[in-house]
Design a protein around this ligand. Structure first.
Ligand code: 5GP
Length: 117
């Protein structure tokens, strides 16, 4: 686990390791998850290395908003809007977080159950 510092996503942002990028702006990047749990599974991340929403601060509000809008844009681009989809962010160990760089999972292309396990 890598808390508070550089992560594998930092390497993806800097293009040091490859990723299937589907969306990019000055502050936001979206790429396909390497281990998809559904037909569409995309991670939307801030380029700023915020650990999770739990450590985000007031000055991050704008980029957090951009992330949500990017998630919707990505889902639209993947054709998920008619059937619907899920946007989720895992926080900490109990939340199931394994990469400590904030990311929204955009998951879709199959029906999903609730609550998650
Ligand atoms: P978390 O468990 O932290 O919410 O989600 C981390 C996600 O990052 C997982 O779904 C995992 O498959 C994905 N992931 C981990 N390493 C890489 C990588 O190197 N490339 C890509 N594209 N996804 C990764």
């Amino acid at each position: 686990m890598n808390h508070g510092g550089d992560t594998i996503f930092g390497k993806i942002i800097r293009k040091e390791i490859p990723a299937q990028i589907v969306y990019e702006t000055e502050r936001v990047l979206a790429f396909r998850d390497i281990n998809p749990v559904a037909p569409v599974h995309i991670l939307v991340i801030p380029k700023k290395p915020i650990e999770s929403v739990a450590t985000a601060v007031g000055t991050d509000a704008e980029v957090l908003g951009e992330l949500m809008l990017a998630a919707a844009e990505v889902a639209r681009g993947e054709g998920l809007e008619p059937g619907g989809y899920r946007v989720v962010t895992n926080i900490g160990t109990d939340g199931g977080q394994t990469v400590f760089h904030l990311h929204l999972h955009v998951i879709g292309g199959r029906p999903m159950s609730w609550p998650p396990g």
